[in-house]
Design a protein around this ligand. Structure first.
Ligand SMILES: NC(=O)C1=CN([C@@H]2O[C@H](COP(=O)(O)OP(=O)(O)OC[C@H]3O[C@@H](n4cnc5c(N)ncnc54)[C@H](O)[C@@H]3O)[C@@H](O)[C@H]2O)C=CC1
Ligand SMILES: CC(=O)C(=O)O
Ligand SMILES: [Mg+2]
Length: 574
């Protein structure tokens, strides 16, 4: 049954302790007197019946007694384990304050301590050594559930903190619910545990994942394929979201499966989309065009590749350039310096080469290099005079004063996006970038940062250019219209809609992207744009019409409010 937005009614088969132990159905002290009688709860609860608002007030007070972000994160995790409606309601009412607690930056700390903070399992764990029972395990966990969304990770490249063995899917799933209105019972976070190469975890007796080196090659591919085929078989209309895979697997898996199923790689496509929106807003402020920009992308992994492709495609479609011409505007840098022809071959560099992103050697003759012949960021900045500098390298502090000042010499309003997460890995603190450019830089970051002061004393709000500002809407849009694919045009439609809602379009001194506090409404608009595009290109379900999208999307929104329960031994159980 799809709950309606107001007063959803559920037929529930659970009673007593089992009902209080179900985070989906538990209401705690908000069970009404009638429900307490019908479900055997009268003796299990204190007398007073609370409203959801009262419960939120109590939970907020308790949360505030936890002094550090990580303790707040643990408290909220426990709340999620107990009562979904209360958890999502509390965070929805305080999005700006609490998203940084359950997502970047605090979630990075929680994931790196996953085994030590572990209390209760969440979602589906598929472990390489148990793959003989993969189908049984999959069915057991999804029994009776109409899954619309599967969020999976093999945890090889979590945020900027690398191989963590286990983690992230549940946090990304929660953001889908908070910002994208997706019913949590329809969303399945999946941990694909293929081992870890993280020595600290392998040597940790409390490590809860599979204590084995990462499985790679053919065996890895077969394991992932077995999982993807289960998703396709049992939930053919679901969206399959890949998160924080290592860059090679991220790229390969997306290419392999995106024509078979609605697949989405958040680090590649979600980051590409939100960065495109941010830069569209910034070029609106500078009154220039996308094709007028010179882009340096510092970090050529999943995020860097996704950003380069998304920007290049947008230049092609907006400014009518050929892909090869558009690619000439980009300078990509990885940990071996500027990616130019003589840097040597790798799967990633080869694919960059095919797409025209590798710079010709002759262009760099005479450039200053290090002893290994690599051309570093400062030299690239000095020689190319970029208008846009994007960081997705995990290299904290890489955008030094010298780099930022060199950039500011070459353009009036440098667009500087240090996107690495969590906050401690940011390529430049926005306050420094603002100071070194005398307030001229247009800045957005991957994790939240406080506003900085403009020379005129006004606050400059640092937009959060994080894929979480767009992936929930992209996903919701694809899901509601049962799109068989997540196409590039659907993603661009979502990115354009987000860009059109930028506060900087009305006031050039305002943030480049909307505030996270407004993310649910913004993502609803993104979802509508995505579904409209899916219908236009024939990817959506047959009964979808563009003019109905908005109303139908509204009906599908999940809200954190308590339903009314009727006891029914044949009813829902989890
Ligand atoms: N704001 C957002 O929405 C997103 C931010 N990110 C962040 O971007 C960062 C990178 O993530 P992924 O692309 O997934 O990682 P990745 O491991 O796929 O790529 C990292 C890239 O940075 C390069 N790199 C590493 N150290 C470097 C150094 N010292 N100098 C120059 N280049 C260096 C590597 O060669 C590689 O090309 C992470 O901090 C991640 O949290 C990733 C996805 C979304
Ligand atoms: C935001 C995100 O997906 C990352 O940092 O990996
Ligand atoms: Mg990620």
């Amino acid at each position: 049954m799809v709950p309606k937005v107001e007063n959803p009614e559920f037929r529930v088969a659970l009673r007593g302790g089992a009902l209080l132990g179900s985070p989906r159905f538990n209401k705690g002290t908000a069970f009404t007197v009638e429900e307490r009688k019908a479900f055997g709860l009268t003796g299990r609860l204190p007398s007073r019946v609370n409203t959801l608002d009262e419960q939120c007030a109590r939970a907020w007070d308790q949360l505030m007694t936890r002094e550090t972000p990580i303790r707040k994160n643990s408290f909220l995790q426990s709340l999620k384990d107990q009562n979904w409606v209360l958890y999502y309601s509390l965070i929805s009412k305080n999005l700006r304050e609490l998203v940084p607690i359950i997502y970047t930056p605090t979630e990075a700390e929680a994931i790196s301590n996953y085994s030590h903070l572990f209390r209760r399992s969440e979602g589906l764990y598929l472990t390489f050594c148990d793959q003989d029972t993969m189908e049984e395990d999959f069915l057991e966990q999804t029994k009776g559930r109409a899954i619309d969304l599967v969020v999976c990770s093999d945890a090889e490249a979590i945020l900027g903190i690398g191989d963590q063995g286990v983690g992230i899917s549940a946090a990304k799933s929660a953001i889908y619910t908070l910002i994208g209105h997706i019913d949590p019972i329809k969303s399945l976070p999946v941990t694909l545990d293929v081992g870890t190469d993280n020595e600290d975890l392998l040597n940790d007796n409390l490590y809860v994942g599979w204590p084995h080196r990462r499985v790679r090659g053919e065996e890895y591919d077969q394991f992932i394929d077995k999982f993807v085929q289960l998703v396709r078989k049992y939930f053919p209309h679901s969206l399959l979201h890949f998160e924080d895979f290592g860059v090679t697997n991220a790229q390969r898996l997306l290419a392999r499966y995106r024509d078979q199923h609605a697949c989405f790689n958040d680090d590649i496509q979600g980051t590409g989309a939100v960065t495109l929106s941010c830069i569209m807003a910034a070029v609106g402020v500078t009154k220039s065009k996308l094709c007028d920009q010179r882009f340096i992308i510092y970090g050529a992994g999943s995020a860097g590749l996704g950003i380069a492709h998304q920007l290049r495609d947008a230049i092609v479609s907006t400014d009518n350039l050929s892909p090869a011409e558009a690619a000439k505007r980009f300078y990509l840098i990885d940990k071996h310096g500027l990616i130019k022809e003589s840097l040597g071959s790798s799967l990633i560099r080869d694919s960059l080469y095919e797409n025209g992103f590798v710079r010709p050697d002759e262009e760099w003759e005479g450039a200053k290099t290090n002893e290994s012949g690599e051309v570093g960021l400062l030299e690239v900045v000095k020689r190319t005079k970029p208008t846009v500098l994007i960081g997705c390298s995990t290299h904290a502090g890489a955008f030094t004063e010298e780099v930022v000042k060199a950039m500011a010499e070459g353009c009036d309003r440098p667009i500087i996006l240090p996107l690495s997460n969590p906050s401690k890995l940011v390529e430049v603190d926005p306050a420094d970038a603002n100071k070194w450019t005398e307030g001229k830089a247009l800045i957005a970051t991957g994790s939240p940062f406080p506003p900085t002061k403009m020379p005129n004393g006004k606050d400059y709000i640092i937009a959060e250019c994080n894929n979480a500002l767009i992936y929930p809407g992209l996903g919701f849009g694809a899901m509601i219209c049962q799109s068989r694919r997540m196409t590039d045009d659907m993603i661009i439609a979502g990115a354009r809609r987000l860009a059109s809602l930028s506060p900087a379009l009305e006031d050039p001194d305002n943030a480049l992207l909307p505030d996270f506090g407004d993310a649910p409404g913004i993502n609803f608009e993104v979802a509508v744009a995505v579904a409209e595009q899916a219908i236009e290109e024939g990817s959506a379900g047959v009964d979808w019409k563009k003019e109905d999208v908005r109303e139908r999307a509204k009906e599908r929104k999940w809200q954190p409010i308590y339903g009314e329960y009727v006891y029914d031994p044949e009813g829902e159980q989890a």
